[in-house]
Design a protein around this ligand. Structure first.
Ligand code: HEC
Length: 177
Protein backbone atom coordinates (compact mmCIF):
# COMPACT_ATOMS: atom_id res chain seq x y z
CA UNK A 1 0.00 0.00 0.00
CA UNK A 2 2.78 2.31 1.03
CA UNK A 3 4.46 1.69 -2.29
CA UNK A 4 1.26 2.42 -4.18
CA UNK A 5 0.94 5.70 -2.37
CA UNK A 6 4.50 6.76 -3.04
CA UNK A 7 4.27 5.71 -6.69
CA UNK A 8 1.07 7.64 -6.91
CA UNK A 9 2.62 10.72 -5.36
CA UNK A 10 5.58 10.55 -7.74
CA UNK A 11 3.16 10.30 -10.63
CA UNK A 12 1.10 13.19 -9.28
CA UNK A 13 4.22 15.28 -8.81
CA UNK A 14 5.25 14.55 -12.38
CA UNK A 15 1.83 15.56 -13.63
CA UNK A 16 1.98 18.79 -11.68
CA UNK A 17 5.52 19.50 -12.89
CA UNK A 18 4.42 18.95 -16.49
CA UNK A 19 1.42 21.17 -16.21
CA UNK A 20 3.45 23.93 -14.55
CA UNK A 21 5.96 23.68 -17.37
CA UNK A 22 3.17 23.78 -19.92
CA UNK A 23 1.37 26.61 -18.21
CA UNK A 24 4.47 28.67 -18.11
CA UNK A 25 5.28 27.84 -21.75
CA UNK A 26 1.89 29.12 -22.86
CA UNK A 27 2.31 32.06 -20.49
CA UNK A 28 5.51 33.00 -22.33
CA UNK A 29 3.64 32.75 -25.65
CA UNK A 30 0.97 35.01 -24.20
CA UNK A 31 3.59 37.52 -23.09
CA UNK A 32 5.07 37.45 -26.59
CA UNK A 33 1.73 38.31 -28.20
CA UNK A 34 0.80 40.91 -25.59
CA UNK A 35 3.83 42.78 -24.42
CA UNK A 36 3.71 45.46 -27.12
CA UNK A 37 0.34 46.53 -25.66
CA UNK A 38 1.89 46.96 -22.20
CA UNK A 39 3.22 50.21 -20.79
CA UNK A 40 6.39 51.08 -22.65
CA UNK A 41 8.87 52.46 -20.14
CA UNK A 42 11.36 53.67 -22.74
CA UNK A 43 9.82 56.67 -24.61
CA UNK A 44 12.13 55.92 -27.54
CA UNK A 45 14.15 52.80 -28.21
CA UNK A 46 17.22 53.17 -26.07
CA UNK A 47 20.42 53.22 -28.02
CA UNK A 48 22.98 51.02 -26.32
CA UNK A 49 26.36 49.56 -27.09
CA UNK A 50 26.62 46.05 -28.51
CA UNK A 51 28.18 45.09 -25.22
CA UNK A 52 25.18 46.16 -23.19
CA UNK A 53 22.88 44.70 -25.82
CA UNK A 54 24.61 41.40 -25.36
CA UNK A 55 23.70 41.24 -21.69
CA UNK A 56 20.62 39.44 -20.38
CA UNK A 57 21.60 36.20 -21.98
CA UNK A 58 24.22 33.48 -21.89
CA UNK A 59 26.51 34.29 -24.81
CA UNK A 60 28.73 31.67 -26.35
CA UNK A 61 32.42 32.66 -26.54
CA UNK A 62 32.05 33.15 -30.32
CA UNK A 63 29.05 35.38 -29.85
CA UNK A 64 30.85 37.31 -27.16
CA UNK A 65 33.78 37.94 -29.51
CA UNK A 66 31.36 38.95 -32.26
CA UNK A 67 29.50 41.36 -30.02
CA UNK A 68 32.69 42.95 -28.82
CA UNK A 69 33.96 43.37 -32.35
CA UNK A 70 30.88 45.23 -33.58
CA UNK A 71 30.92 48.99 -33.71
CA UNK A 72 27.31 49.33 -34.74
CA UNK A 73 24.76 50.21 -32.12
CA UNK A 74 21.89 48.17 -30.85
CA UNK A 75 18.54 49.15 -29.37
CA UNK A 76 16.25 48.09 -26.63
CA UNK A 77 12.78 48.84 -25.32
CA UNK A 78 11.48 47.98 -21.92
CA UNK A 79 7.80 47.20 -21.38
CA UNK A 80 5.96 46.37 -18.19
CA UNK A 81 2.48 44.97 -17.65
CA UNK A 82 0.11 47.17 -15.64
CA UNK A 83 1.04 45.71 -12.25
CA UNK A 84 4.73 46.15 -12.95
CA UNK A 85 4.46 49.56 -14.59
CA UNK A 86 2.66 51.04 -11.62
CA UNK A 87 5.60 50.27 -9.35
CA UNK A 88 8.27 51.04 -11.95
CA UNK A 89 6.82 54.48 -12.65
CA UNK A 90 5.68 55.18 -9.11
CA UNK A 91 7.58 57.23 -6.57
CA UNK A 92 7.17 54.76 -3.73
CA UNK A 93 9.34 51.89 -2.61
CA UNK A 94 10.33 49.53 -5.38
CA UNK A 95 8.74 46.23 -4.43
CA UNK A 96 7.07 44.54 -7.36
CA UNK A 97 3.95 42.53 -6.48
CA UNK A 98 3.42 38.95 -7.69
CA UNK A 99 2.28 38.94 -11.30
CA UNK A 100 4.49 41.84 -12.32
CA UNK A 101 6.13 41.19 -15.66
CA UNK A 102 8.80 43.27 -17.33
CA UNK A 103 10.36 42.56 -20.69
CA UNK A 104 13.39 43.90 -22.43
CA UNK A 105 12.94 43.83 -26.19
CA UNK A 106 16.17 43.72 -28.15
CA UNK A 107 16.20 45.29 -31.60
CA UNK A 108 19.04 45.14 -34.08
CA UNK A 109 17.94 48.26 -35.95
CA UNK A 110 15.28 50.93 -35.73
CA UNK A 111 13.67 49.72 -38.93
CA UNK A 112 11.01 47.11 -38.68
CA UNK A 113 9.33 46.10 -35.55
CA UNK A 114 10.56 42.63 -34.92
CA UNK A 115 12.45 41.70 -31.79
CA UNK A 116 15.68 39.74 -32.09
CA UNK A 117 15.22 38.60 -28.55
CA UNK A 118 13.08 39.31 -25.52
CA UNK A 119 14.34 38.95 -21.97
CA UNK A 120 11.62 38.54 -19.37
CA UNK A 121 11.34 38.90 -15.63
CA UNK A 122 8.18 37.55 -14.05
CA UNK A 123 7.51 37.99 -10.34
CA UNK A 124 6.25 34.70 -8.97
CA UNK A 125 4.75 33.89 -5.60
CA UNK A 126 6.70 33.85 -2.36
CA UNK A 127 9.07 30.88 -2.16
CA UNK A 128 9.47 30.46 -5.92
CA UNK A 129 13.06 31.62 -5.86
CA UNK A 130 13.95 33.12 -2.48
CA UNK A 131 17.59 33.79 -3.46
CA UNK A 132 16.37 35.95 -6.33
CA UNK A 133 13.45 37.60 -4.54
CA UNK A 134 11.03 35.32 -6.42
CA UNK A 135 11.73 36.59 -9.92
CA UNK A 136 11.71 34.13 -12.78
CA UNK A 137 14.05 34.97 -15.68
CA UNK A 138 13.24 33.78 -19.21
CA UNK A 139 14.99 34.46 -22.50
CA UNK A 140 13.15 34.18 -25.84
CA UNK A 141 14.93 34.27 -29.18
CA UNK A 142 13.56 34.96 -32.65
CA UNK A 143 14.23 31.38 -33.72
CA UNK A 144 11.80 30.31 -31.01
CA UNK A 145 14.45 29.13 -28.58
CA UNK A 146 13.44 29.60 -25.00
CA UNK A 147 16.00 29.56 -22.20
CA UNK A 148 15.04 29.23 -18.59
CA UNK A 149 15.86 27.04 -15.63
CA UNK A 150 18.46 27.10 -12.89
CA UNK A 151 21.57 27.94 -14.92
CA UNK A 152 19.79 30.74 -16.70
CA UNK A 153 18.35 32.01 -13.49
CA UNK A 154 21.72 32.12 -11.83
CA UNK A 155 23.31 33.99 -14.70
CA UNK A 156 20.53 36.55 -14.95
CA UNK A 157 20.07 37.14 -11.30
CA UNK A 158 23.77 37.30 -10.45
CA UNK A 159 23.81 40.53 -12.39
CA UNK A 160 20.32 41.80 -11.57
CA UNK A 161 20.98 41.40 -7.85
CA UNK A 162 23.44 44.29 -8.25
CA UNK A 163 20.34 46.40 -8.05
CA UNK A 164 18.56 44.48 -5.30
CA UNK A 165 17.59 47.75 -3.61
CA UNK A 166 15.28 48.39 -6.56
CA UNK A 167 13.97 44.81 -6.49
CA UNK A 168 16.47 43.64 -9.15
CA UNK A 169 15.06 45.98 -11.80
CA UNK A 170 17.59 48.34 -13.38
CA UNK A 171 15.18 50.62 -15.20
CA UNK A 172 15.47 53.62 -15.46
CA UNK A 173 19.17 53.23 -14.57
CA UNK A 174 21.63 50.94 -16.28
CA UNK A 175 24.56 49.14 -14.67
CA UNK A 176 26.45 51.36 -12.28
CA UNK A 177 30.20 51.37 -12.87
C1 HEC B 1 25.81 41.39 -16.73
C2 HEC B 1 24.57 41.96 -16.29
C3 HEC B 1 23.23 41.40 -16.74
C4 HEC B 1 22.88 40.10 -16.92
C5 HEC B 1 23.73 38.84 -16.79
C6 HEC B 1 21.47 40.11 -17.25
N1 HEC B 1 20.99 41.38 -17.28
FE1 HEC B 1 19.08 41.96 -17.67
N2 HEC B 1 19.65 43.91 -17.56
C7 HEC B 1 20.91 44.38 -17.31
C8 HEC B 1 20.94 45.83 -17.40
C9 HEC B 1 22.15 46.73 -17.17
C10 HEC B 1 19.63 46.24 -17.73
C11 HEC B 1 19.14 47.66 -17.99
C12 HEC B 1 19.35 47.97 -19.45
C13 HEC B 1 19.00 49.39 -19.84
O1 HEC B 1 17.96 49.86 -19.40
O2 HEC B 1 19.78 50.00 -20.58
C14 HEC B 1 18.84 45.00 -17.80
C15 HEC B 1 17.49 44.99 -18.06
C16 HEC B 1 16.71 43.85 -18.05
C17 HEC B 1 15.26 43.84 -18.10
C18 HEC B 1 14.36 45.08 -18.04
C19 HEC B 1 14.10 45.43 -16.56
C20 HEC B 1 15.30 46.11 -15.91
O3 HEC B 1 15.94 45.49 -15.04
O4 HEC B 1 15.61 47.25 -16.29
C21 HEC B 1 14.87 42.53 -18.13
C22 HEC B 1 13.44 42.01 -18.19
C23 HEC B 1 16.08 41.72 -18.11
N3 HEC B 1 17.18 42.54 -18.03
C24 HEC B 1 16.09 40.33 -18.11
C25 HEC B 1 17.25 39.56 -18.04
C26 HEC B 1 17.29 38.12 -18.23
C27 HEC B 1 16.11 37.24 -18.56
C28 HEC B 1 18.60 37.75 -18.07
C29 HEC B 1 19.21 36.37 -18.20
C30 HEC B 1 18.91 35.67 -19.41
C31 HEC B 1 19.38 38.95 -17.77
N4 HEC B 1 18.53 40.03 -17.76
C32 HEC B 1 20.74 38.96 -17.51
C33 HEC B 1 21.99 43.61 -16.95
C34 HEC B 1 22.04 42.22 -16.98
Amino acid sequence: MKQTISLFSIFAAMLIACSVQQDSASEVEKIMTEYKTWVRLTPEPRNISPHLWGLCRLPTPEEQAFLESQHANRYLNIYANNIGAEVAKGEGERIFPDGSAIVKEKLLTLEGNSAEAVAMMIKRGKGFNPAGDDWEYVYWEKNGKLTRGPQQLENCQSCHLNTRETDSVFWPEGLKP
